[in-house]
Design a binder for this molecule. Structure first.
Ligand SMILES: [Zn+2]
Length: 127
């Protein structure tokens, strides 16, 4: 194995552990099965004085859905609401973009934009 590949793998591993640290599993989003409201632990719930960073299981047993008033039991864990777009069950669909990290997505989006700009610039060269 070449030294370069080894370094790249180490960097990838470091990135993975970093992501785990940033998004502990208990800070999962929870969706209200009655109305579709999603409790985002990073935001908390302003209407009921729930501080940002409060995990769903830590919410008071008397906490209700701020939209429809459903009990905590009516909520379903939908996984992280931050790291990937869409819900966990959707991750297998599409072109694999859903499982990409935000930085990878940025690279894809801005890479594609850069290519598009170069393409339009090349049209001026035709005149
Ligand atoms: Zn609800």
């Amino acid at each position: 194995m070449s030294e370069q590949v080894e370094k790249a793998e180490q960097a990838a591993q470091a990135e993975q552990t970093e992501q785990v640290a940033v998004q502990p599993p208990e800070l999962d989003g929870y969706e209200c099965l009655a109305c579709g409201y999603v409790y985002d632990p990073d935001k908390g719930d302003e209407s009921r004085q729930v501080a940002p960073g409060t995990a769903f299981p830590e919410l008071s047993i008397t906490w209700r859905c701020p939209v429809c008033g459903a009990k905590k039991a009516a909520f379903k864990n939908i996984g992280s609401v931050k790291k990937v777009s869409g819900f966990r069950e959707n991750l297998g669909y599409g072109f694999g973009v859903n499982t990409m990290t935000p930085s990878q997505k940025n690279l894809l989006i801005f890479g594609a934009m850069g290519i598009a700009v170069l393409f339009f610039l090349s049209l001026y060269g035709l005149k």
